[in-house]
Design a binder for this molecule. Structure first.
Ligand code: HEC
Length: 145
């Protein structure tokens, strides 16, 4: 092939547009971060999760899946919504699978019959506000140092 770079670029472009396709036309109204925070506490999400600045309730499970904080790539809004309404769709990475799933099903409860859509929107707005993109660290790539 004459222009391998071009080939790679077009593959990446195809891949990206492919991802967008799955959430095309998906739009939920803006959420209320404060109400989302209240729900996060009331629904006891912290019994299995940790989030900086929030205390875990008494009798919390041994399981602790970290939420929020600095990440290398931000979760998209669609990914966050999916992780709440369809937790088994894609299991969180970096955990011992035996602790987070049973036969492919996430141990995270499904709240779809517990919370309203408005509450879901608020909850996700709150979660989204807790993630921050890790600043690019130039020194990591400085081989002369
Ligand atoms: C009984 C334990 C449990 C409770 C309660 C729970 N979760 Fe989870 N949650 C998990 C586990 C285990 C995972 C990792 C497996 C997965 O991705 O489903 C997870 C994953 C997630 C993820 C994706 C994290 C990632 O990095 O991919 C989000 C977001 C999340 N939970 C939000 C919530 C919210 C919001 C609540 C409260 C409404 C909640 N969870 C309550 C166990 C729980």
């Amino acid at each position: 092939m004459k222009h391998p770079q071009l080939f790679i670029i077009s593959l990446v472009a195809l891949g990206l547009s492919g991802c967008d396709q799955s959430s095309k036309g998906f739009s939920l109204p803006p959420g209320d971060i404060q109400r989302g925070e209240q729900l996060f506490v009331d629904l006891q999400c912290l019994s299995c999760h940790t989030l900086e600045g929030y205390e875990r309730p008494e009798g919390a499970q041994e399981l602790s899946v970290g939420l929020g904080g600095q990440v290398k790539s931000l979760k998209t809004y669609a990914e966050l919504v999916t992780s709440v309404i369809n937790p088994s769709h894609q299991l969180a990475k970096g955990y011992d699978t035996s602790t987070i799933q049973v036969e492919g099903t996430s141990v995270m409860p499904v709240y779809n019959d517990v919370i309203t859509v408005s509450e879901l929107v608020d909850l996700v707005a709150f979660l989204e506000s807790k993630y921050e993109l890790e600043p690019y660290d130039q020194t990591t790539y400085n081989i002369h140092h």
